[in-house]
Design a protein around this ligand. Structure first.
Ligand SMILES: Nc1nc2c(ncn2[C@@H]2O[C@H](COP(=O)(O)OP(=O)(O)OP(=O)(O)O)[C@@H](O)[C@H]2O)c(=O)[nH]1
Ligand SMILES: [Mg+2]
Length: 700
């Protein structure tokens, strides 16, 4: 009798052994006869040609198996920071996580980034310390590393024998009732505390295990397993722990349909296949289902809802995805037929709080060019398709300069995009320079307004906007500070509709601030609004306002407010950590200095040295490439985005690709000319408006 479903993510920094562990787990439960190898390109989850060639995971992949009656859907995620967008999508569909840490390299900057996201999302997490067979592997050191850099609330589930040798093995604690466990559990449980303090009280094993599972579920404690994905040590113990310690999926199969798409793939015929996790309800073949982004999603798409008919469903169970008539709460399925669906979309009703970003956005941008100019339209279409599969690839078309830009996390992603375009779309491409993507932060509060019927305002609307700085990392928050009597409800239906539309116009405008960069970390409040109606009181009498009036007026008001607020351009800064033999420092330090990577912290342990500091994002790749020969192949470098900081020196600007609302004359020329050209009724309307405007002035 199946006991339920556990949607489990395997997360870690690059090369920690996630894919190898996945393989081992599948082998242990008998789904495969032989564990495949990453180095030979024979694993189940690294199935893309590019993954096999490079030996790294690029896309998340789902496999499934059953252990003790629980169906485990396992999502193997990429560890390279360039592919963090994949991890982000997976995070929102998980019931639990195994966070893998290498017993040799220990906790890495990327591990900390993942950990922070797991904390924020409150996903129950176990640790698996992998590679105990490798020379240099640690046990106490690793526990100390996790406790010091991630969390104190850990419980080792056993000990290790033969550490650092091929024979290394994990010895599960036969009774969990060691004092360390009771001590940790007692912190949040009075019953355990009382029993712990009373020497004579018994603490039955089952009772403690139950308490442990309860606290794992509440993120209060994190069991730590040790093992080797290569030799299989510790893997059975982990396997047994999964259904016991992690909470299975819950959700009401007869409730309203709610699900989330975390992966989109193209089938052999180019058809879209959406991987979705159901949180509630049941979705059957031939059902029509609404999907889209809930409010708070990616800029510009908020509130958009579409609908499609599901033509086929396969549900993950027992090793593969099997054809079924329906998918129900808790399960993961591949859905066909939803042609317009995009990664990150919500199916049916959204769950609260699942639509945020947990990782920093890409910090680099490059212009991408087709080697054959005839391929240009094809290139744009292909990139748009790639962006559908990877929501954080932002494709930006600059019509004025006839260039296409893509945003990037790093060089590896760039190479992958290039290779994917070549193999999947037959497009030969090249890149023109990689530049950091800066952001602009408002420095003070700025307010501006445009008033209905004022001679310089050609639009039939009043809008007043206030922009105020907000804490770093908070993004853009939008607020309405007006009453419904000043909102044209005949256009926007209700206040929510108006708020959603205004938020969209404003977010679109803020993509290019005073210097051309995305504006962020601010609160934008709409503080005035008005519209005109033919039979209104004299001040608001005039032709009926339309949505275009609000849409086209917004950029002018936003930019005027932003100009008063002033902005400071901030550039992305990465944090690096470098473990290297101490005797390589004399060659390393001058190179670091040349790349503006100045270590601030360094620690030495025997003949090894750890350097930690900031590095400009544009230098990360160069440094990474030089590390092997500067350190005789022994140095290990990790780097990750850390923060934005005000640019020192000349302020970089980015050429605008919008209608330049910073320059009123130019903006008005562009939007009114285009309005007239695009549609005749629009043009007629402009003419009518002039006449009506004159009449309104005469009447008043
Ligand atoms: N000695 C040893 N090597 C391991 C172990 N686990 C993985 N490896 C090796 O480490 C390398 C990386 O393993 P992967 O399984 O690809 O690591 P990953 O975490 O999936 O990497 P990405 O998906 O690219 O982030 C491969 O060469 C594996 O053979 C282990 O337990 N012991
Ligand atoms: Mg992998």
């Amino acid at each position: 009798m199946p006991r339920g479903t556990l949607n489990l993510g395997i997360l870690a920094h690059v090369d920690a052994g996630k894919t190898t562990l996945t393989e081992r787990l599948l082998y242990s439960v008998g789904v495969i006869d032989q564990p495949g190898s990453v180095d030979e390109g024979t694993t189940q989850t690294d199935s893309l040609a590019l993954e096999r060639q490079r030996g790294i995971t690029i896309k998340s992949a789902v496999v499934s198996f059953t252990v003790n009656g629980t169906t485990v859907n396992l999502i193997d995620t990429p560890g390279h920071p360039d592919f963090v967008a994949e991890v982000e999508r997976a995070l929102s569909v998980l019931d639990g996580v195994v966070l893998v840490v290498s017993a040799v390299e220990g906790v890495q900057p990327q591990t900390r980034i993942l950990w922070r996201a797991l904390q924020r999302l409150r996903v129950p997490t176990l640790f698996f310390v992998n590679k105990i067979d490798r020379r240099g592997a640690g046990y106490e050191r690793l526990l100390g590393d996790i406790a010091g850099r991630l969390t104190q609330a850990i419980v080792p589930m056993g000990s290790v024998r033969g550490l650092g040798t091929r024979e290394a093995d994990f010895v599960p604690a036969d009774k969990v009732s060691g004092s360390r466990l009771a001590e940790v559990l007692a912190e949040h449980d009075d019953a355990v505390l009382t029993a712990y303090l009373d020497d004579t009280a018994a603490m039955p094993d089952d009772w403690l295990r139950q308490k442990l599972a309860g606290q794992v579920k509440d993120m209060l404690v994190h069991p730590v397993y040790f093992g080797s994905a290569i030799t299989g040590a510790g893997v059975d113990a982990l396997l047994r722990g999964l259904p016991r310690l992690l909470p299975p999926a819950d959700g009401d199969a007869s409730g309203p349909v709610s699900g989330r798409v975390f992966k989109v793939e193209r089938g052999v015929a180019g058809d879209k296949i959406a991987y979705a996790r159901m949180f509630s309800g049941t979705l059957a073949v031939r059902d029509r289902v609404p999907f889209g982004r809930s409010r708070g999603g990616l800029p510009g798409r908020s509130g958009e809802v579409r609908e499609g008919k599901v033509t086929a469903i396969s549900v993950f169970a027992d090793g593969t995805a099997v054809r079924r008539d329906s998918v129900t709460a808790g399960q993961i399925a591949r859905l066909s037929g939803l042609a317009e669906i995009q990664i990150g979309d919500v199916l049916g009703t959204a769950r609260d709080g699942t639509d945020q970003h947990y990782f920093a956005p890409p910090t680099l941008e490059t212009a991408i060019v087709a080697r054959d100019p005839h391929d240009k339209p094809g290139l744009h279409a292909a990139l748009t398709q790639l962006a559908e599969q990877d929501p954080l690839i932002n494709v930006r078309q600059d019509d004025i300069r006839q260039e296409i830009y893509v945003s990037l996390y790093g060089e590896v992603q760039k190479q992958v995009i290039e290779a994917t375009l070549a193999t999947e779309y037959g497009l030969e491409t090249g890149f023109r320079g990689t530049t950091p993507i800066c952001v602009e932060r408002p420095v003070r509060t700025g307010t501006a307004a445009e008033v209905l019927h004022a001679p310089e305002n050609p639009f039939l609307a009043t809008l007043g906007i206030r922009i105020a700085p907000a804490p770093a990392g908070s993004g853009i928050a939008f607020r309405l500070e007006i009453g419904h009597q000043s909102v044209p409800l005949y256009i926007y239906k209700n206040m929510e509709g108006f708020a959603a539309a205004m938020e969209q116009y404003i977010t679109e405008t803020l993509r290019q601030g005073l210097y051309g960069w995305q504006v962020t970390d601010c609160t934008v409040a709409l503080i005035r609004s008005q519209y005109s109606v033919p039979d209104g009181p004299p001040t608001t009498r005039g032709p009926l306002s339309g949505p275009q009036d609000f849409r086209k007026l917004t950029p002018l008001v936003v930019m005027a407010a932003l100009r008063r607020a002033g902005t400071v351009v901030c550039e992305p800064v990465h944090r690096f950590r470098l473990d290297t033999p101490a005797d390589t420092l004399n060659v390393l330090l001058p190179v670091l200095a040349k790349l503006h990577a100045v270590p601030e912290v360094s620690a030495t342990r025997e003949s090894w040295c750890t350097l930690e500091g900031d590095i400009p994002v544009t230098r990360v790749h160069q440094l990474r490439q030089q590390i092997p020969h500067l350190t005789r192949g022994e140095g290990v470098m990790e780097s990750a985005f850390d923060r934005y900081e005000p640019v020192r020196g000349p302020v970089p600007t980015r050429p605008r690709t919008d209608d330049n609302p910073l320059n009123r004359e130019e903006y008005l020329r562009r939007v009114t000319r285009r309005g007239a050209r695009e549609s005749l009724p629009g043009g007629l309307r402009e003419g009518l408006r002039e006449r009506d405007g004159a009449r309104a002035v005469r009447d008043s």
